[in-house]
Design a protein around this ligand. Structure first.
Ligand code: ATP
Length: 278
């Protein structure tokens, strides 16, 4: 196993936020962490990335306890995608992506052409070529998110952690980002752990899902094991319709609302069809 997590518990102000969380992740696998607001997803990611200190339980990455890694060693292995880690002002897109290489440069610096090729391919992949000389402060939220992933790619980590990577992105750019991560995962045997709110994207792009509720692991399994109406209703408190994706055969959710009157909608639809206006 590439990552082993055993008995993680943490409390804030005497309130348990995670309780006895255990799971493992294989090298090259993508694990999606899902669960309602406040269930402990971000806290779990902070413990896994070494941002939050462990108080109970243990984490092993590649056979070594997380606390045994120095910050610099960990930065070579692991990258966390966060918009907040982008510099606030005064840097262009290209400069920010180049910053991803900082943990690797020795005092002589890297071979300039190698670095140039890497940066060029990242700008290409993330469709950032036209923005490469623009200052970060003049970009939209979605454009900044793509730059943040580009900077992370430049780091060439073995393990990538993402907290809600598709926030701010329109559907086209959600797919672009998730596709690039998936390709990268497959080409480089990258291990990915991602917190996702969008259960449909989680089912499409993750190999396995870990469902958290009130700080506890409810279930870990394939998207088909986890995205089931009873389980989703029990945890999220809303009853979705789950259908099979017509192309990929993976589970996809269709939401239902209590205030939406299906009778009224079907009458309206019939009237619209025959062109009756009121
Ligand atoms: N540093 C902290 N001090 C006190 N409480 C905290 C702290 N960090 C998190 N919490 C609490 O722990 C709980 C879990 O928070 P966390 O951010 O991990 O949830 P989440 O599943 O990521 O939620 P969301 O989907 O809303 O982003 C919340 O009730 C939160 O208020």
């Amino acid at each position: 196993m590439f990552i082993e997590v055993e008995g993680l518990s943490i409390s804030f102000d005497n309130q348990p936020v995670l309780e006895e969380v255990s799971f493992s992740v294989k090298r090259g696998e993508c694990l999606g962490i899902i669960g309602p607001n406040g269930s402990g997803k971000s806290t779990l990611l902070k413990l896994l990335s070494g941002v939050e200190r462990l108080t109970s339980g243990w984490i092993e990455i590649n056979g070594k306890r997380i606390e045994k890694y120095t910050r610099k060693e960990l930065a070579k292995w692991l990258a966390v995608l966060q918009q907040e880690s982008l510099p606030p002002i005064g840097f262009t897109v290209r400069e920010v992506i180049e910053m991803g290489r900082f943990p690797f440069q020795n005092w002589l610096g890297e071979e300039a052409t190698e670095m140039d090729q890497l940066i060029h391919s990242i700008l290409d992949k993330m469709e950032l070529n036209v923005l490469s000389d623009r200052y970060l402060e003049n970009l939209s939220g979605g454009e900044r998110q793509r730059v943040a992933l580009g900077k992370t790619m430049a780091q060439q980590p073995k393990l990538l952690m993402l907290d809600e990577p598709t926030t701010y992105l329109d559907i086209g750019h959600q797919i672009l980002l998730m596709d690039r991560i998936r390709e990268w995962q497959q080409e480089d045997e990258l291990t990915v752990i991602s917190v996702l709110h969008d259960l449909n994207l989680a089912a499409l792009y993750c190999d396995r899902l870990l469902l958290l509720h009130n700080g506890q692991v409810v279930a870990v399994g394939s998207p088909a094991d986890i995205i089931r109406p009873e389980l989703i209703e029990a945890v999220y408190g809303t009853a979705p319709i789950v259908m099979e994706h017509p192309v990929y055969g993976l589970p996809q959710i269709i939401l239902q609302g209590e205030s939406i009157d299906s009778q009224e909608l079907s009458t309206k639809k019939k009237k619209d069809k025959v062109g009756i206006s009121q």
